[in-house]
Design a protein around this ligand. Sequence first.
Ligand code: PLP
Length: 381
Amino acid sequence: MEFIDLKSQYQAARATIDARIHAVLEHGQYIMGPEVAELEARLAAYTGARHCVTVASGTEALLIALMALGIGPGDEVITTPFTFIAPTEAIALLGATPVFVDVDPATCNLDPALVEARITPRTRAILPVSLYGLPADMDEIGAIAARHGLAIVEDGAQSFGAGYRGRRSGNLSTIGCTSFFPSKPLGCYGDGGALFTSDDDLARAAREIRVHGQSRRYVHTRIGVGGRMDTLQCAVVLAKLDLFDWELAQRRRAAATYDALLAGRVRLLARPGDRDGVFAQYTVLVDERDAVQRALQAAGIPTAVHYPVPIHMQPAYVHLGAGDSCPVARALAGQVLSLPLSPYLTDEDIGTVCAALVGAVGEAGASAQRSGHAPARATAA
Ligand SMILES: *Cc1c(COP(=O)(O)O)cnc(C)c1O
């Protein structure tokens, strides 16, 4: 069993992927070839945003988005500590200060109820992450941002394709960012990413920043980066797009099967009815997580932990002095466990994973009790 089955996906889309790649090899425009604009038009239409700008990675999308917003030294950006390092890194690279706000234990996403108290005169933007493919509380966060004149950047690296109150991830904020890292719901065969906006000026700024701040060849009107997405990677995403809606339906089928088999036996995350996640990860909460993970590994079932250490406790960011201001994130980091999930995972495999998981949770709980170790739960306290 694979944690994310990219080989089956290649077999399913092989003819189109091979044809698309060979078309690029034949025309030879490896940088900014016709597939780049074609993909940008397709993805803008898919999200509903007016503009899509493809970039070298999801990390680069976040960096370019913040640069386009003019964020720099002295600015503060509110973000979540319970995610991949990239959003915090982009803020810090620009000399701005990441301000961590704790997450909602039901979804693991930024808790909007805690945001307003952390806004200062220096706050410029809020950067929520749509973790595990479930959109964050974008309207609540948007209302706070509007009251204080702040931009919102959605990190949708895990949530491309997700629905939220009739709209789509990427088109829920001032700028939406996504990633085409191979294991994301819509992945390429290397690094790639995109940002989305319906603001013409921000889109123009992002396009210039992507190519060294060039407004015309060798005219550099602002500081930029080398941040283009390769034509070949755009071709791969175009090929996979044909299959994408079917794959999303399969991801949701797999998640619903997990939900049905695990409900009442293992703690699941919330499934808010006003949004439709894409299950970049299928993540459950278990006590004695490391023991459970080892037991599953011994049973041949691959799992992963997203993420074992919250960002405000990472060595590179402890100097920000967040202290223990995010106890929910800290507790979740010890309990989250992501199970295998891909569109190609069979219901039979899901049954195998669930049986092993339920057994391992029972066994780990019993052995913790024998050793007198009472597990701590993630609650808002
Ligand atoms: C994967 C990921 C990124 C970074 O994307 P890359 O394309 O790997 O640079 C950023 N944020 C989150 C939440 C991610 O999961």
